[in-house]
Design a protein around this ligand. Structure first.
Ligand SMILES: [Fe+2]
Ligand SMILES: [Fe+2]
Length: 353
């Protein structure tokens, strides 16, 4: 019989699951320290507190030892993109939402994982090497940032290169479709911003080197959010002033994380730390004004705002490209007027989705 090991902080929540699975699977409950003592089996379900950062390194190292094709599924709270990101960073092959449904679990164990992505569609797009490279890089980088490890500048650069080539040959529409068909919502924001920023660079004919810099910033601009407490990052309501102050630290945290990767050019770091600055001085963290904000930073800020608006979120439908573009226009003196006008054709590509 197929063996499933369940590692859980508390077994109370999933005891009912075992009863449902009696006779179908051989379910073993194991504590985390017990599990870490021997290599992972072919199927593991982890129901651990991803808000706490204890034992993250051990779990990641342990899952790195799992046999090829072994499954490591994490239970996460629905709509918690950060928990999902952390699960991926630790080596999850899949995530399931609480409360767990035994049919979903069985389908995940035996079914075709790709077909569960909610997208029966275009397999060629989904397998795009550029998207895969970008997602792999993001997973590695977020995981290193969560764990305070050194980042790998080489893989950041090669993923950026792959993204720029993909957008040159396939265009933005295909990129957005690809990103949206990826089964995990976790990296959609970063990947959308990346595609928009690089397409924006193509639109205004900047050099390939600059488009690669934009691609880097798109992928990594929010990496500092790995250090913002979940309770703030995923609060469903409005943030209090104090919480907002904490949230506003993410660009600086991002810079801190990236400074561990030697050799990253200053203009790339500039985009990460300053992507929330506005020309009228009302942005953060440094309250820079127009003459202190470079063109590349102005571009990534526009792509970031637009990307966040057209993104699919579990609790609201995506805004149309037209409505999102209007918000950019309404932001007036905060954004570079000429660049917002140049962004129009890029936003038009977003209108179709
Ligand atoms: Fe941000
Ligand atoms: Fe962002």
């Amino acid at each position: 019989m197929y063996q499933l090991n369940i590692i859980a902080d508390s077994h109370a929540n999933i005891r009912a699951l075992r009863e449902k699975l009696l006779g179908i699977l051989d379910v073993q409950f194991v504590s985390l320290p017990e599990a870490l003592a021997s290599p992972p089996g072919p199927a593991t379900l982890l129901d651990i507190d991803l808000a706490k950062q204890t034992a993250f390194s051990e779990v990641r190292r342990w899952l790195g030892r799992k046999p090829a094709n072994a499954k490591a599924m994490f239970l996460v709270d629905k709509a918690s993109r950060l928990q999902e990101a952390r699960a991926c960073a630790l080596g999850a092959t899949d995530v399931l939402h609480r409360p767990i449904n035994y049919r979903t679990l069985l389908t995940k164990l035996w079914g075709d994982v790709a077909s569960l992505s909610g997208d029966p569609g275009n397999a060629t797009l989904r397998k795009s090497p550029a998207v895969c490279a970008a997602i792999d890089t993001l997973q590695n980088i977020f995981s290193s940032a969560c764990l305070g490890e050194q980042l790998d500048a080489q893989s950041i650069n090669s993923a950026g290169n792959a993204v720029v080539s993909h957008l040159e040959t396939q265009g933005l529409t295909a990129w957005i479709e690809t990103v949206r068909t990826h089964h995990s919502a976790t990296y959609q924001h970063c990947l959308l911003v990346t595609g928009l920023a690089v397409a924006f660079g193509q639109q205004i004919r900047i050099s390939r080197a600059d488009r690669q810099r934009l691609s880097f910033a798109g992928m990594l601009h929010d990496i500092g959010k790995a250090r913002i407490p979940l309770a703030i990052l995923e609060k469903p309501g409005r943030l209090t002033d104090d919480e907002m102050e904490v949230m506003k630290k993410h660009p600086q945290f991002g810079l801190d994380a990236l400074q561990t990767a030697p050799g990253l050019p200053a203009e790339m770091l500039d985009m990460v730390v300053h992507h929330h600055e506005y020309l009228d001085g009302s942005g953060y963290p440094h309250g820079l004004t127009a003459c202190e904000i470079s063109d590349l930073v102005r571009m990534i800020t526009i792509a970031d705002i637009f990307g966040a608006l057209i993104e699919r979120r579990p609790y609201r439908p995506p805004m149309s490209g037209a409505a999102a573009y209007n918000i950019l226009l309404e932001m007036g003196p905060k954004l570079d007027k000429d660049l917002v006008r140049e962004f129009r054709p890029v936003a038009d590509l977003g209108l179709r989705h």
